[in-house]
Write a protein that binds this ligand. Sequence first.
Ligand SMILES: *Cc1c(COP(=O)(O)O)cnc(C)c1O
Length: 375
Amino acid sequence: MSWLSEALAALDESGLRRHLRHRSERAGRRFDGLVNFSSNDYLGLAGDPRIADAAADAATRWGAGAGASRLVTGGTSLHRELERALSDWKGSEDAVVFSSGYLANTGTIAALVGPEDAVFSDELNHASIVDGCRLSRAVVRVFAHRDLSMLGRQLAATPARRRLIVTDGVFSMDGDAADLPALAALAHSYDAMLMVDDAHGCGVVGPGGRGTAAAQDDAAVDVTVGTLSKAFGSAGGYVTGSAELCEWLRNRARGFVFDTALPPPAAGAALEALRISEVEPSRRETAIRHARTLARGLGTAAPAACVVPLIVGDAARAVAASAALAEAGLHVVAIRPPSVPPGTARLRFATTAAHEPADIELAIAAAGDILAPTR
Ligand SMILES: *Cc1c(COP(=O)(O)O)cnc(C)c1O
C-alpha cells in the first residue's frame, strides 16, 4: 500500500486534499463561532427540539435500529406511515423510503434500466445519479448542462428497449433548476421515462414546498427522488410516483432490497419534519428570500432554491478564499473537483431559515472584500 502516501501527496499538490472537520456542537445558524453557510438543513429543522423528541419517541417505541431489510423484518408501521405522508404531500399514488437519497438514486436507476436500455443524464447531475447510471449497465448518454437540443439529438440517435432521462431538479453545486416541462415534452415525444432528483428542491420550492416539478406548472415527472436529510433535517431518501413504480422498486431496487431499513428514529424525525414544514411555510420563504438577497449582493445568477455558488476557478484559490471567510466569521466550504468540473472550483453558500438578515449582509461584505481585488 505504499502508493497511498504518493497519491495523498499528489492531492495536496493540486489543492484537492480534503480534511474532515469535527465540530463540537449542534450545527444550527452558527457553530464553533462561525456563521454556517454550508448546511443543507434548509428549513432549520435538524436541530429543532420537536424533531429530536420525535426521534427519541420512535427510538423508545421501535428501537434504535430496524434490525433487517424492509422485506425481511425491518419494516414497521412507522415506515409505512412515513411513505403515506410523503405520497399525500406530493400528490403521488405511492412512495418508497430508502435509507438514503444516495441509495434511492442508485437503486432506482438500476431497477428501471438495464443492458438493453439507455439512460440520458445531465453532465452536472449528482454523483449518486452517475453511479446509478454505471450500475445499471445501460448505455449512458451524458448531455451538456440543460442542453435540450443535444438531448433531443441523443434521444433520436439512440435505439434502446427502454429510455430514461434523469436530471437533478435543483442542481446541487450550481443552484439552477432543470427545465422540467421541456424535459417532460421530450420524454413524451421519444417515449422515455423522466426521473428527477429533487434533493435540493423538495421541502423548499413550489406550492407547499412540493418541489421543482410543482414549481414549474406541475411538470409531468414519472419518478421523483427526494431526500429526508436536507430540508427535512433527518436522514433517508424516498421515491414518489405510481403505485406500480413503487411496487417494482420494492421488488427490484437493490438499494432497497439488500439494505437494512431506515432506522426508526430517522423515520419518526422525518415524519415530524414533514408535518412542521406544512404548517410553517415561513421557513421555506425565509430561506429562499435569503438566497435571493445573497445572490443579488454577490452579483451571481438568481438561485432556484437556497444554493448560491460563487465560482472562483482554481481549487487552491477556492480553499484560500474559504479560509479567509472563516477569519471573517463565516463557514463556507470550498467545492473542488471531483464534485465540480476542473477549473470551476467555487464557494458554495447555502442559506437556511435559521439565518438572520445580518448574516447575509456579513457574507456579502466579506466575500466582496476577499474576492474583489482579483476577480
Ligand atoms: C445530497 C444529495 C443526494 C444524496 O442524498 P442523501 O440522503 O444525503 O444520501 C442525492 N442527490 C443530490 C442532488 C444531493 O444533493
